[in-house]
Design a protein around this ligand. Structure first.
Ligand SMILES: CC(C)(COP(=O)(O)OP(=O)(O)OC[C@H]1O[C@@H](n2cnc3c(N)ncnc32)[C@H](O)[C@@H]1OP(=O)(O)O)[C@@H](O)C(=O)NCCC(=O)NCCS
Length: 156
C-alpha cells in the first residue's frame, strides 16, 4: 500500500466509494465528483489530502484542512480539520492508521497545534478510530462528538 497526495485523476474512485458510504448510511455530505474535486483536491484551505493506493485501487483518503475564521464547524481558526474516508471493503486493515501518520506529519510541518475531528455521535467506528489515533473529546455540539489531537504534544 502506497500513501501519496490525492490528485485530480483520483476523483472518480474517491467519489465511487464515498457513494458506497452514503448508501450504507455512513455519509451525509455530498459525494459527487465535482464536490470531491472542489472540496478535497482544490480547496484553498487544504493542508494535505492523502490517498492510500494498492495496485491502482484507492483504498481510502484523509483530508486535512485549515480552519478559517468563522468556519461553519465552529472549529478554532488555525486548527486543522480532519476527515477520513475508507472504502468499505478495505475497512479495519490499517488504512486509516497509515493515512493518519501522513496527516500528522503534514500538520506538524504546517505548524498546526491542534486537529479537530467532528464525528456523528451515532458513528461508533469513527469514534473508536479517532480515539485510537490519540484524539480526545473536547466538545459535544448537537449530535456531534468533537475530538482534538494535540500535534505538538504527541510529537515531542
Ligand atoms: C472509521 C474509519 C475511518 C476507520 O478506518 P480504518 O482504515 O478502518 O481503520 P484502521 O484499520 O486503520 O484502524 C485503526 C484503529 O482504529 C480503531 N478502529 C477502526 N475501526 C474500528 C471499528 N470498526 N471498531 C472499533 N475500533 C475500530 C481500532 O483501534 C483500530 O486498530 P486495530 O485494528 O489495531 O484494533 C473507516 O472505517 C471509515 O471510513 N468509516 C466510514 C466513514 C467514516 O465514518 N468516516 C469518519 C467520519 S468523521
Amino acid at each position: 500500500m502506497e500513501i501519496r497526495d490525492a490528485v485530480v485523476e483520483d476523483v472518480k474512485q474517491m467519489s465511487t466509494f464515498l457513494k458506497e458510504l452514503t448508501a450504507s448510511g455512513k455519509r451525509t455530505s455530498p459525494d459527487d465528483e465535482s464536490f470531491v474535486r472542489a472540496y478535497y483536491i482544490e480547496d484553498s484551505g487544504k493542508i494535505r489530502c492523502s490517498v492510500a493506493v494498492d495496485e491502482g485501487v484507492i483504498l481510502g483518503f484523509q483530508s486535512l484542512k485549515l480552519a478559517e475564521p468563522d468556519n461553519k464547524w465552529g472549529v478554532e481558526p488555525g486548527w486543522g480539520i480532519i476527515g477520513t474516508h475508507i472504502r468499505p471493503s478495505a475497512a479495519r486493515r490499517g488504512v486509516g492508521r497509515a493515512l493518519f501518520e501522513e496527516s500528522r506529519l503534514a500538520a506538524e510541518n504546517a505548524g498546526i497545534g491542534n486537529i479537530d475531528a467532528s464525528i456523528a455521535a451515532t458513528n461508533p467506528e469513527a469514534l473508536a478510530y479517532y480515539e485510537a489515533m490519540g484524539f480526545r473529546t473536547y466538545r459535544t455540539p448537537d449530535g456531534l462528538i468533537c475530538k482534538r489531537f494535540a500535534v505538538a504534544k504527541q510529537s515531542s
